[in-house]
Write a new protein. Structure first.
Length: 259
């Protein structure tokens, strides 16, 4: 286990594996680095992959204070500084894509290539999930709510043959205050005005059947970031990178090889 200290005194856990140019992998809201367990090996052969547990998750500190996607981006830079990495590719999915937007916008000199998966620009321009989706996640029957989340992440056919455990549905060790802080951070994201200033070569990836973070956000991001490429994975839901890894991982690797 390795740790980095942020300028405001928060201890962050980070993990490194593989060999090659550095590639930062950023996971979704209220999740730790295990989000990447099932696909990390796809990238370790060509890259030195770097993950971190966001503040509030995993083995990182969990202060009860406001979090933001822009603040999480600063935490990513703190980890890069600890490792002595001047420049890295960044691949963020879900809220990790929101964090990655700020890494590229605020710290462009540190980013080689950028991949934004199942993400959104947020704010007034982002396309929000429907009220039906919100209600399915907020129902009082927790088992039913957890099943609803799984069905937003994966197709029924995949779930029928993959009983878990699942690493994309939240860090079970998070305290309640950290879950609330993560929800507020993701919900408060708005990088619309900053996106045109991103200079890193960018790939936007999304599943066509994603209603958790609606697929309509993908062309918004790609159209807002200069020169961005857009790839939609047919039939994929929110966890496209895991269920459709045989499509998604080669897609990302090919893009990074050109960057």
């Amino acid at each position: 286990m390795h740790y980095a200290m942020t300028p405001d005194g928060v201890k962050l856990s980070y993990q490194v594996s593989g060999d090659g140019p550095p590639l930062v992998l950023l996971q979704g809201q209220a999740n730790d680095h295990r989000w990447w367990h099932s696909v990390r090996g796809d990238f370790d052969g060509a890259y030195r992959t770097i993950t971190l547990d966001y503040r509030g998750t995993g083995d990182s500190d969990k202060p009860d204070e406001p979090y933001s996607t822009r603040g999480f981006a600063g935490d990513v830079v703190a980890v890069l500084d600890e490792l002595g990495v001047e420049r890295a590719h960044v691949y963020g999915t879900s809220m990790g894509g929101r964090v990655a937007q700020w890494v590229a916008a605020d710290h462009g000199e540190r980013v080689g290539a950028l991949v934004l998966g199942c993400s959104s620009p947020g704010g007034a321009h982002g396309v929000e999930r429907s009220n039906d989706v919100r209600r399915s996640l907020a129902q009082p029957d927790r088992a039913a709510a957890e099943r609803a989340l799984l069905e937003l992440m994966y197709t029924p056919a995949w779930l029928a043959t993959h009983p878990g455990p699942f690493h994309t549905t939240g860090d079970p060790g998070m305290p309640a205050h950290a879950r609330r802080r993560h929800l507020a951070a993701s919900g408060g994201h708005d990088a619309w005005d900053a996106l045109p200033g991103i200079t890193a070569p960018t790939l936007v990836v999304h599943g066509t059947d994603d209603v958790f973070n609606p697929a309509a956000n993908a062309p918004l991001l790609a159209g807002r970031i200069p020169g961005a490429e857009l790839e939609l994975i047919e039939g994929a839901r929110h966890a496209y990178f895991e269920e459709f890894r045989e499509v998604a991982s080669p897609l990302v690797l090919e893009f990074l090889s050109r960057a």
